[in-house]
Design a protein around this ligand. Structure first.
Ligand code: NAD
Length: 260
């Protein structure tokens, strides 16, 4: 299905995990891509991998830390220089931080999580929206989390930052819907990516696989999600098929967030 043919989409955190899986899905639908990440080596690997599978897709890479405002402005400028427009932004780069209780949480790590997960998403909106406004068209998908719709033990800055992503999504929808810009968020549950593998190592350093199996038992589907199951929803939200969906945070979690 080539329903994103010649659309230009920026993906942050594109070198691995959900960003890379989504980059492949969008490439398969004909989109041209700006891949952004602070991990330069993995970013170049990602570009090679996608281009070997989809040689017709035009890809540029921009090394950037999304918590750095100038670096964000630069990935936007580079995209406009290369492609002349921006149809979509997948505002995905994020980190989990360390797992610790509120009173023990390392304040420097707390601030880092906020800088990347909250400010990084905000800077993306701040610099991409004016380009989309001029076009009278844009599709934005911010990455929240189930931690953006409920609490998660020992992950306070992550939960705070992801609730903020959901809030920023609502405001962007209200303020820019009139310019043909739709802004939504996704709230993935536990999806098997390097970030989640690292979290299971923290929960049970001796046997991360056991922690993963135990965690999956809480889910109605009794399994973790897979990156392509996120990518397909993102591709839908970036497409014309989602033209009247705006300001929503969509859980993609096998139903887990309905349990209490
Ligand atoms: P990951 O760690 O597997 O990949 C994240 C990518 O983002 C990496 O390539 C990393 O280098 C890049 N990145 C991190 N910080 C960056 C920064 N400051 N600037 C530029 N690049 C940066 O993580 P993932 O699981 O793919 O997560 C992607 C997003 O999805 C995150 O926002 C995360 O919070 C969210 N999320 C993931 C899950 C999950 O289960 N995997 C669940 C809910 C939400």
């Amino acid at each position: 299905m080539k329903n994103l043919e010649n659309k230009v989409v920026i993906i942050t955190g594109a070198a691995m995990g959900l960003g890379l899986a989504t980059a492949k899905e969008l490439a398969s639908r004909g989109a041209n891509l700006t891949l952004v990440d602070y991990n330069e080596n993995s970013l170049e690997e990602a570009k090679k991998e996608i281009n070997s599978q989809y040689p017709a897709v035009k890809i540029i890479t921009v090394v950037a830390d999304v918590s750095n405002e100038d670096a964000v402005k630069n990935y936007v400028d580079e995209t406009v220089k290369a492609f002349g427009r921006i149809d979509g932004l997948y505002n995905n780069a994020g980190i989990e931080g360390k797992q610790a209780g509120i009173t023990e949480y390392d304040v420097a790590i707390f601030k880092k999580v906020i800088d990347i997960n909250l400010m990084g998403v905000y800077y993306g909106l701040r610099y991409v929206i004016p380009v989309m406004q001029k076009q009278n068209y844009g599709r934005i998908v911010n990455v929240a989390s189930v931690g953006g719709i409920r609490g998660v033990l020992n992950q306070m800055p992550y939960v705070a930052s992801k609730h903020a992503v959901s809030g920023m999504t609502k405001n962007a929808a209200l303020e820019y819907g009139r310019y043909g810009i739709n802004t939504n968020a996704i709230a993935p549950g536990a999806i098997l990516t390097p970030m989640v593998a690292e979290a299971f190592k923290q929960v049970n350093p001796a046997d991360p696989k056991a922690a993963e199996t135990e965690y999956a038992q809480r889910n109605p589907t009794k399994r973790l999600g897979l990156p392509h199951e996120i990518a397909k929803v993102v591709a839908f939200l970036l497409s014309e098929d989602a033209s009247y969906v705006n300001g929503q945070t969509i859980a993609i979690d096998g139903g887990e967030s309905n349990i209490y």
